[in-house]
Design a protein around this ligand. Structure first.
Ligand SMILES: NC(=O)C1=CN([C@@H]2O[C@H](COP(=O)(O)OP(=O)(O)OC[C@H]3O[C@@H](n4cnc5c(N)ncnc54)[C@H](O)[C@@H]3O)[C@@H](O)[C@H]2O)C=CC1
Ligand SMILES: O=C(O)[C@@H]1CCC=N1
Length: 285
């Protein structure tokens, strides 16, 4: 499948209206952290978060007084960000429907189709996003899809809301978001998994955990920067590291004989399949 994408140029800041969040967990905090960095005052952010512990974290980290349930405070919000688990979306939507009739809705939930969200909230102004956790350090990758009723002004508003989280990429087909989920949404977990493996191997071979961690993390940072900067594809960069009969050759040959690349691709297909299942399971209500 070909995915049509648009990389966005750096954006001029625009003043942001009050923004509401339904769910105040990890992803909401990553986006809120970015807003606070853009000097959005905590007082213009409304959060609905049923768990007291999560509310305490929001108060402590950002000075935000979150509400345990949806109420009239959401009426002033021009954008509402949906950062609940796919399993909780339909239930969370029920008390919000009609509370903020002019709001543009932005969902980060994996899998849940924009058509279900439009139905639950009785509005066509819905954008779906698939961010990832490096958004916490301003280096996230976010895929975005807009329903037909979302105009250019709405898109600009969404871009501004997510501006401090990292790079944004609009996709033209909603199905592409499930691919984005499998590649970059879940992707940081794959990278951490490889970092764990490299660190464990380094320790088993005699380095201290600190040394092995520093080498593994630094190698990912450096190789990613090189891949981003280089004109050549990653396969060519890999070949440049791989001296004939040398150490890398031994490692890559071992991985190829264990079908590591094929297995890794199978894992990404499993994530893709799960994104579609989440939509089917929890998008119906
Ligand atoms: N964690 C990740 O790497 C990514 C997560 N996502 C998506 O972001 C969404 C949220 O994920 P996380 O932030 O990781 O989960 P999380 O569990 O940290 O946050 C979800 C929050 O929603 C709250 N909540 C539950 N029921 C609610 C209700 N009825 N009304 C309001 N809030 C309610 C929970 O108390 C919790 O604090 C999910 O849909 C996930 O698919 C998307 C991209 C990456
Ligand atoms: O694992 C999940 O379902 C979510 C979506 C992408 C990353 N975390």
């Amino acid at each position: 499948m070909n995915i049509a994408v648009t990389f966005l140029p750096r954006r001029e800041p625009i003043p942001l209206p009050p923004i509401g969040f339904i769910g105040g967990g990890n992803m909401a905090s990553a986006i809120i952290g970015g807003l606070i960095k853009q000097d959005v005052p905590a007082a213009s952010i409304e959060v609905v978060e049923p768990f007291a512990e999560a509310r305490a974290r929001l108060a402590n980290d950002f000075g935000i007084l979150a509400q345990p349930a949806a109420g009239p405070a959401l009426a002033r919000c021009k954008v509402i960000v949906w950062a609940v688990k796919p399993q909780s979306f339909a239930e969370a939507a029920r008390p919000v429907r009609g509370l903020a009739p002019d709001a543009l809705h932005l969902s980060v939930a994996a899998g849940i189709p924009s058509g279900s969200i439009a139905r639950w909230l009785d509005t066509e102004r819905v954008v779906r996003a698939m961010p990832n956790t490096p958004a916490l350090v301003g280096q996230g990758m976010t895929g975005l899809f807009a329903r037909a009723a979302v105009d250019m002004g709405d898109r600009k508003l969404i871009e501004q809301v997510l501006d401090a989280t990292g790079e944004l990429m609009w996709v033209d087909a909603e199905e592409s978001l499930d691919v984005v989920t499998a590649v970059s949404g879940s992707g940081p977990a794959y990278v951490f998994y490889f970092i764990e493996a490299m660190t464990e191997a380094g320790v088993e071979l005699g380095l201290t955990p600190e040394q092995a961690h520093q080498l593994a993390v630094g190698t990912f940072t450096g190789a990613s920067a090189l891949a981003a900067d280089a004109a050549e594809p990653p396969a060519v960069l890999r070949e440049r590291v791989t001296s004939k009969g040398g150490t890398t050759y031994a490692a890559i040959t071992s991985m190829e004989s264990d079908a590591v690349k094929a297995k890794f691709k199978t894992a990404i297909r499993a994530a893709h399949q799960r994104a579609a299942e989440l939509g089917q399971e929890f998008g119906k209500a």
